[in-house]
Design a protein around this ligand. Structure first.
Ligand code: GLV
Ligand code: MG
Length: 352
């Protein structure tokens, strides 16, 4: 048992207080880089103004022989590269790996003021978050940090999905959750081989007419990730934190990437991972509210004033519930407009 009063107490003497609210942050694209790759690191100053979040990846996709160089490289980036107002996040190695203890220790002790969020892979349940929560608090206290580092869980195991609500509620420093479709597919033993995206075998087919089973029938591929994204969004909103779609591995197929990102956006996600510069504009397009939808939302909010009663606009009934949806869209539009230096309607520099 634990008193709810204790939930927001620091977990180590001298650690900063955990946040009561996760501040909304424009994080439409979490752009991955390998800090052991000098060429990629050299591009960061130019890349930073084009993305909302830069994430130094220490986990999968970093060669085993480069793990230590990646960790040291990320500390170096945090301390020396001017990223302007772009957030710096880190994806550390898994909790059962030989690198995680040094990942957390070095990042928090050496670059804790510069790193905003630690992304944690292969989270299985709330016990994983509790472990990192306490350890990070101890390290924050030792480093004398002025503000708490936030945590972000990747949903990429069957057990993690089964425990997603408890994961989201495990710590006040949990900032959000990303779907990790590649590891999740492996853990679930799905019969796929991709990093995210769909599969032509996952489809529905129109019924046969007059028993003509062999006649051509329309099929439509379905979204393999619908169930998991929906569960993740509900769990995140329950906890007051942010949901994200993760990676889309087919870099050349920007159209399918856009569709996958848009499914997640419409379902409630606020951003996705970008693995290549090509995907940055895709994420910006998808996760920036459409100006026509923003204009419509503004009409509804202006027509209903305080959200009470019902009005008809262009033949569509609007009431408190649609008013609230429109308010959320306007708030999100304001958030990304502030990041882009535009008005919420998309015009550069003007008042919204
Ligand atoms: C991401 O880490 C994934 O496994 O999809
Ligand atoms: Mg993974």
């Amino acid at each position: 048992m634990r008193s709810p009063r204790d939930f927001f107490l620091p977990l180590a003497i001298g650690a900063p207080e955990p946040p009561r609210v996760i501040p909304p942050l424009a994080s439409r694209m979490i752009h991955f880089f390998d800090p052991s790759n000098a060429r990629m690191v050299g591009k960061l100053p130019a890349l930073a103004p084009t993305v909302d979040v830069l994430l130094g990846n220490l986990e999968d996709a970093v060669e085993i022989d480069n793990k230590e160089a990646a960790r040291a490289g990320l500390v170096e980036v945090a301390l020396t590269v001017d990223l302007g107002t772009t957030s710096l996040w880190a994806r550390v190695n898994a909790l059962d790996s030989p690198w995680i203890l040094d990942d957390l220790t070095d990042l928090v002790l050496q670059a804790g003021e510069q790193i905003d969020v630690l992304m944690l892979p292969k989270i299985q349940g709330p016990e994983d978050i509790h472990y990192v929560d306490r350890l990070v608090a101890q390290l924050e206290a030792r480093a004398g940090l002025s503000r708490p580092i936030l945590l972000h869980a990747i949903l990429e195991t069957a057990r993690g999905v089964a425990n997603v609500e408890e994961i989201c509620l495990a710590s006040p420093r949990l900032q959000g959750v990303s779907l990790g479709p590649a590891d999740l597919a492996a853990d679930r033993e799905m019969k796929t081989t991709n990093v995210g995206g769909g599969h032509p075998g996952y489809l529905v087919r129109a019924d046969a007419v007059n028993g003509e089973y062999d006649a051509p029938r329309v099929t439509a591929q379905q979204d393999l990730w619908h169930y998991t994204v929906a569960r993740m969004v509900d769990a995140c909103r329950l906890a007051g934190i942010q949901p994200y779609y993760g990676p889309f591995g087919d870099i050349t197929d920007v159209l399918a990437c856009e569709d996958q990102f848009r499914n997640a956006y419409v379902m409630g996600c606020v951003g996705a991972w970008t693995l290549h510069p090509k995907q940055i504009e895709v994420a910006r397009t998808v996760f920036t509210p459409d100006p026509d939808q923003v204009a419509w939302a503004r009409r509804v909010v202006e027509a209903l004033v305080d959200g009470a009663g019902a009005v008809m606009i262009d033949g569509k009934m609007q009431d408190d519930a649609s008013y609230k949806q429109c308010q959320k869209i306007l708030a999100f539009a304001d958030l990304v407009a502030a990041r882009d230096g535009t008005s919420r309607d998309g015009a550069a520099g003007s008042e919204g």
